[in-house]
Design a protein around this ligand. Structure first.
Ligand code: ADP
Length: 243
C-alpha cells in the first residue's frame, strides 16, 4: 500500500533536512503508530504521505501513485487530520464545514448529518464552530475526514489534549476503522494510547527512521529515543519471567 523510499525533505529556506533518508513500508489495512519526540519530523512525513509536500529526494508511493509527480492523486486518496483543528476547520458552522466536504445534494446532506450524529455533533449542526469545545472541534475534523472515505487516514497527534472519555472514543474509532480495513497512520509523541492497538510502530528521531517493526520489538528500545514506555508494558515485561 505505502512505500516511502529513501525520502529526504528540507523546508524552503532551512539549511538542515527535516527528513533524512527515511524508508518505510506499510501494509494495506495496517494501523501504524508513528512516534518520536517533538520536532522529529512526524508531521512533515504525514504531509508528504498526504501529497501536500513533495520529497526533495526519494519517493513516496501510496496506492500505486508516486510523489514527486502524483501529489494530486495522493491528496485525493488520503485524509490528513491536523493537530490544530482551528487550522483545518473552514466552515463557519458544523453544517457548513461538513457540506464543504460532501457538497449540498440531498443524499450528501443526509450523509453529512449522519456523520455529525455519529461523532456526537448532531445537536450542534447549526452551531458556529467557535462555540464548539476543543474536543468537539477535533471530532468535526474527524467527521469531515470520514466523509471523504479515504483509503489512507493520517492523524497528527489526535490524542493530545483529549480527556479520558474522548480518548476512549478515539480508540474505538481507530478500532472500527481497522476492522473496516482502512490503512491508518497515527502520529504521537506519547505511545501510551496506541501501544496495545498498533500493528506496527515507527520511531522518527531527528528526521531519521530509528526503529520500525512490531510494537513489542520497538518498545524494547524506545526509551533511547526519548519515548515513554507504557507502564502496563513495562509491568508485563517485569512479571513475565516469574509467571
Ligand atoms: P513533529 O511533528 O515530529 O513535531 P515536524 O515535522 O512538525 O515534527 O517538524 C520537524 C522540524 O521541521 C522541526 O524542526 C520544525 O521546526 C521544522 N518545521 C516544521 N514546519 C516547518 C516549516 N513550515 N518551515 C520550516 N521548518 C519547519
Amino acid at each position: 500500500m505505502i512505500d516511502v523510499s529513501s525520502v529526504s525533505f528540507t523546508y524552503a529556506g532551512a539549511g538542515e533536512p527535516v527528513l533524512d533518508g527515511v524508508s518505510l513500508h506499510v501494509e494495506r489495512g495496517a494501523l501504524v503508530c508513528l512516534c518520536g519526540a517533538n520536532g522529529s519530523g512526524k508531521s512533515t512525513l504525514l504531509s508528504l504521505l498526504a501529497g501536500l509536500f513533495s520529497p526533495v529526494q526519494g519517493t513516496v508511493r501510496v496506492g500505486g501513485h508516486s510523489s514527486p509527480g502524483a501529489e494530486r492523486a495522493l491528496r485525493a486518496q488520503s485524509a490528513l487530520v491536523l493537530q490544530d483543528a482551528d487550522l483545518q476547520i473552514i466552515g463557519s458552522t458544523v453544517e457548513e464545514d461538513l457540506l464543504l466536504t460532501t457538497g449540498t445534494a440531498g443524499a450528501a446532506v443526509a450523509a453529512a448529518r449522519g456523520m455529525a450524529d455519529r461523532f456526537g455533533l448532531g445537536g450542534h449542526w447549526n452551531s458556529p464552530v467557535q462555540t464548539l469545545s476543543y474536543g468537539q472541534k477535533r471530532k468535526l475534523c474527524l467527521a469531515a475526514a470520514a466523509l471523504r472515505a479515504p483509503q489512507l487516514l493520517l492523524l497528527d497527534e489526535p490524542f493530545s489534549g483529549l480527556d479520558y472519555p474522548a480518548m476512549c472514543e478515539l480508540r474505538g474509532l481507530l478500532r472500527h476503522n481497522a476492522a473496516e480495513g482502512l490503512t491508518q497512520i497515527v502520529s504521537v509523541h506519547d505511545v501510551e494510547p496506541l501501544a496495545d492497538m498498533a500493528d506496527t510502530m515507527a520511531v522518527l528521531h531527528k528526521g531519521r527512521l530509528a526503529l520500525d517493526g512490531a510494537p513489542e520489538a520497538v518498545l524494547e528500545h524506545a526509551e533511547a529515543y526519548g519515548l515513554r514506555v507504557p507502564c502496563s508494558w513495562r509491568t508485563n515485561r517485569t512479571i513475565a519471567p516469574w509467571a
